[in-house]
Design a protein around this ligand. Structure first.
Ligand code: SF4
Ligand code: SF4
Length: 341
């Protein structure tokens, strides 16, 4: 976006130094407009993971979205704006864990972006037609293009550094120089430290097996958690306004709000049940409730138990069962309160 509005790096530097003018204002203003719009879009799509996204858009535009959704949209948007607009490579260098992983996980046989020192040194400028061997030079013409294109500003010719994010921009830049000089490509290329020094790489080594095992364990954990996932979420909120109510016919009543979340894409019918106290049953709810795909149903319910079995604080559990697939069920514990014996 910066390139679209302000041009190449040198044009941007020139624009920064230039006094304020209509052209500068227009270019900088367009950049900020694009940045802010894009940042808010990332915030919007992020919050859209957690709340129904079709309603979120009109709500945000009409300033009627809830506090939670508005806060995270703006917070995440601000983070994108700050990180991508201003922090840039500092995020890669100091905030992203990738840089720290590499130093811990890499060894001399890891495939990395490498500069072929044997081929490139001694570096130095020369005419295109000149024979580097006759001049006692390697293939690096010291044009520094690989450094200029590096988003983290490192010189790959100094060896692998933790700031390198393996974007391979230096490979493309150097290959274009090699093409112009009629030298073979690959002065900067994917290779290993051992290959560069000794000409061979050891592929099968202990860390490969350790990493493969860890990866397999993680994949197995992911597959198991997906296979055993219950597509229902049940939340129980006890009415805090009163502890219990004694009804005239010798019945104790407690009030709850059940939130049934259907995580499947299609509408499902559920049966509600309560257990834990002799004779307890639900009142004020139909036997079966239907929840839309991805929907949330909020149900105020009354649980009633005979007074002779409801004393003090008792543990009870609510169960929601998918009528068509009874193995899909969710149970949540709660408390039922009665008079102290
Ligand atoms: S791969 Fe990317 S980050 Fe690494 S040195 Fe090359 S240009 Fe820089
Ligand atoms: S781009 Fe290639 S030739 Fe130019 S300085 Fe980097 S390594 Fe040397």
């Amino acid at each position: 976006m910066e390139q679209w509005t302000e041009g190449t790096r040198s044009q941007r530097m020139k624009l920064d130094k230039a006094p304020w003018s209509w052209n500068k204002l227009r270019r900088k203003g367009s950049k900020q407009f694009l940045w802010v719009t894009f940042s808010l879009w990332t915030g919007f799509t992020f919050v859209g993971f957690f709340v129904p996204v079709r309603e979120l858009g009109p709500e945000l535009l009409s300033f009627s979205a809830g506090g939670w959704a508005s806060f995270w949209t703006f917070f995440y948007g601000f983070a994108t704006y700050g990180n991508a607009g201003y922090m840039r490579e500092q995020v890669c260098k100091y905030m992203c864990p990738y840089a720290r992983f590499q130093s811990a996980m890499f060894d001399k046989d890891t495939l990395i972006i490498s500069y072929d020192e044997k081929r490139g040194e001694p570096r130095g400028s020369r005419k295109r037609a000149a024979d580097p061997e006759a001049l006692g030079l390697g293939h690096c013409i010291d044009c520094t293009l690989c450094v200029q294109v590096c988003p983290t500003g490192i010189d790959i010719r100094e060896g692998l550094q933790y700031e390198c994010i393996a974007c391979a921009a230096c490979i493309d830049a150097c290959d274009s120089v090699m093409d112009k000089m009629n030298y073979p490509r690959g002065l900067v290329r994917y290779s290993t430290e051992h290959s560069m020094k000794k000409g061979e790489t050891r592929v099968l080594r202990p860390r490969i097996f350790v990493y493969a095992t860890l990866l397999l364990v993680l994949v197995a954990g992911l597959v198991t958690s997906m296979a055993t996932r219950t597509p229902i979420i049940l939340d129980i909120i006890r009415d805090r306004n009163f502890l219990y109510r004694e009804l005239p016919d010798g019945v104790i009543e407690n009030i709850y709000t059940l939130k049934v979340i259907n995580q499947r894409n299609d509408a499902r019918t559920f049966q509600l049940a309560v257990d834990g106290v002799a004779g307890i049953k639900l009142d004020g709810v139909p036997d079966l409730v239907t929840v839309d795909g991805g929907g949330v149903l909020s149900l105020p319910v009354r649980a009633r138990a005979p007074a002779d079995s409801a004393y003090g604080i008792m543990d009870i559990s609510f169960t929601v069962t998918d009528v068509e697939n009874p193995s899909a069920m969710m149970t949540e514990d709660s408390r039922f309160l009665g008079p102290t014996p």
